[in-house]
Design a protein around this ligand. Structure first.
Ligand code: ZN
Length: 160
């Protein structure tokens, strides 16, 4: 008696055990002479679970038809917004970091400018120390306005 083998139909997925001498026709879909022999010993196949058999034959059918595999992968290539989004979010994060550095630089420049102005004013006040009290009062009023105008300048820079 001839050895048994697993045959499967690549058209409908039906499988059965036949003697290797036979060239079975699929009894399910009647496709003429299309049943293929699985490259596995039938006893090994018999010991597989239903899921394992299904996976094994699925791979065998896919391997026999590369264009089918390509068609299955095609939607993954077409619908790949996540790759674009991931790339864009990386770009945005880098821009955010760069923007923060630029803002810090602008704030630092503002602080430095105001510090220089204050020092200059202090130097001028020291020079004109013996001057009238009225004059020093007016320059102190100017100094008290200073913090207000500083914050206003910062607001302007952040809006940009
Ligand atoms: Zn069939």
């Amino acid at each position: 008696m001839r050895e048994l083998a697993v045959f499967y139909c690549p058209k409908c997925g039906y499988y059965a055990y036949y003697q290797t001498s036979r060239h079975p026709q699929c009894p399910k879909c009647q496709a003429p002479g299309v049943m293929s022999m699985a490259r596995i010993h039938y006893t090994e196949f018999m010991h597989m679970s239903c899921q394992e058999r299904d996976e094994y034959l699925s791979q065998a059918i896919l391997a026999s038809n590369p264009s089918l595999l390509e068609r299955l992968i095609a939607p993954h290539k077409k619908y790949n917004s996540r790759a674009v989004i991931a790339e864009m979010s990386t770009v945005i994060m880098n821009l955010d970091t760069e923007n923060k550095i630029l803002n810090d630089t602008v704030n630092w420049m503002h602080d430095t400018i105001w510090q220089l102005l204050r020092e200059k004013r202090r130097a001028e006040q020291a020079q004109s120390a013996p001057a009238a009290a009225a004059q020093s009062a007016s320059s102190q009023a100017a100094a008290s306005r200073e913090p207000h105008s500083t914050s206003q300048d910062k607001d302007d820079s952040e809006e940009r």
